[in-house]
Design a protein around this ligand. Structure first.
Ligand code: ZN
Length: 338
């Protein structure tokens, strides 16, 4: 049909609709595939996701000439305002609002730290149809709400290049996904209740070492709710870009909590780390601003001393108890032989 001039029918883009979504709706109306429809617009051989990411003025003008849409509307469907590093964050159809039309994909649902539809206020669902409140439970959802908002605001500012200060999502995600303890098999609280026979059958599951990350210290709600085998998240930005809905929420909450209390959170991670893990945590903290690192060192020294004092205060009592126990034993022994 390749022609000139305006197409006879043009769907107006939905509020907040992505270019890829709008083109995917238009193409079938003209009984075309997406590449065929792009060629019709004069964009032969172009990838729709590339165009949606960055649309040059010339490419925009091609679309405007055939559709009659304004440059503002056409550019408004792209991610042109986001920093280059944000591209890996753009999801393709991963989250969905149950009330939005099935064929419309919104720009806001494309960022992994948006958990509710801005139009309907309903919780996004993942591809299996599951939503966060069902996975996490109402109580944990309530404690996650405020820090998730803080984390999402930090991430929104970052993708728009507005991040202020030296402590941004990149540095925080590196810390959250650090292995602070060595990998270990599922703990008792992480195992489902099972009979002795089932335990034998699931020997492999019970002995599988699970990667342990600082995220579980900062977001204990995630530690409790996440299925043990899928608890580990990918390192750094990938954890957020490629993780599940639950993992994305946990990381967003983690970012919110670290931004609000960076020193406290870093210390609680260090106190719960093993020797090798502490070194990895320190490596992750090395990218943090010097002023924060100084405060962490000063406070950590005191926190470790307090911890040692607490332990040595607890020890003599233990020793006394065991002495008493021994005395009782020897007494019984003597009384038995006499
Ligand atoms: Zn919606």
């Amino acid at each position: 049909m390749i022609g000139q001039g305006l197409l006879p029918v043009v769907f107006p883009p939905d509020a907040d609709e992505r270019l890829s979504s709008w083109i995917a709706r238009m193409a079938p109306f003209y009984a075309m595939t997406v590449p065929e429809f792009l060629a019709e617009l004069g964009l032969f051989g172009r990838d729709v996701f590339d165009l949606e990411w960055r649309l040059s003025e010339g490419e925009g003008a091609q679309i405007e000439a055939r559709t009659g849409l304004s440059p503002r509307v056409v550019q408004g469907m792209t991610f042109g305002e986001l920093i280059p590093k944000a591209r890996m964050m753009i999801l393709r159809n991963r989250y969905h609002c149950p009330m939005c039309p099935v064929d419309v994909q919104s720009k806001s649902a494309a960022l992994p730290w948006a958990f509710r539809c801005p139009v309907h206020g309903s919780d996004y669902q993942d591809t299996t149809g599951e939503a966060l409140p069902a996975v996490l439970g109402a109580k944990r959802m309530a404690t996650a709400e405020a820090p998730a908002k803080v984390g999402a605001a930090v991430l929104d500012a970052w993708v728009q290049g507005l991040g202020q200060g030296d402590l941004g999502p990149v540095e925080i995600l590196a810390l959250l996904t650090t292995r602070h303890r060595r990998a270990s098999p599922p703990s008792l609280s992480e195992q489902p209740r099972m009979s002795l026979q089932t335990r034998r059958d699931f020997h492999e599951f019970l002995t599988t070492p699970i990667i342990r990350q600082a995220l579980t210290v900062v977001v204990p709600e995630y530690d409790e709710a996440a299925p043990v085998l899928t608890k580990p998240v990918r390192p750094g930005l990938f954890g957020l870009a490629q993780g599940s809905l639950l993992q994305a929420l946990a990381l967003t909450v983690g970012i919110g909590r670290v931004v609000e209390n960076p020193v406290d959170q870093a210390i609680s991670i260090l106190l719960k780390s093993d020797v090798d893990g502490q070194m990895r945590v320190r490596d992750a903290l090395a990218t943090w601003p010097l002023s924060l690192r100084r405060r962490i060192s000063a406070r950590l020294w005191r926190a470790q001393r307090d911890e040692r004092e607490r332990q040595s205060a607890a020890k003599p009592r233990k020793r006394r108890q065991s002495n008493e126990f021994r005395r009782v034993q020897s007494h019984e022994y003597r009384s038995r032989i006499s």
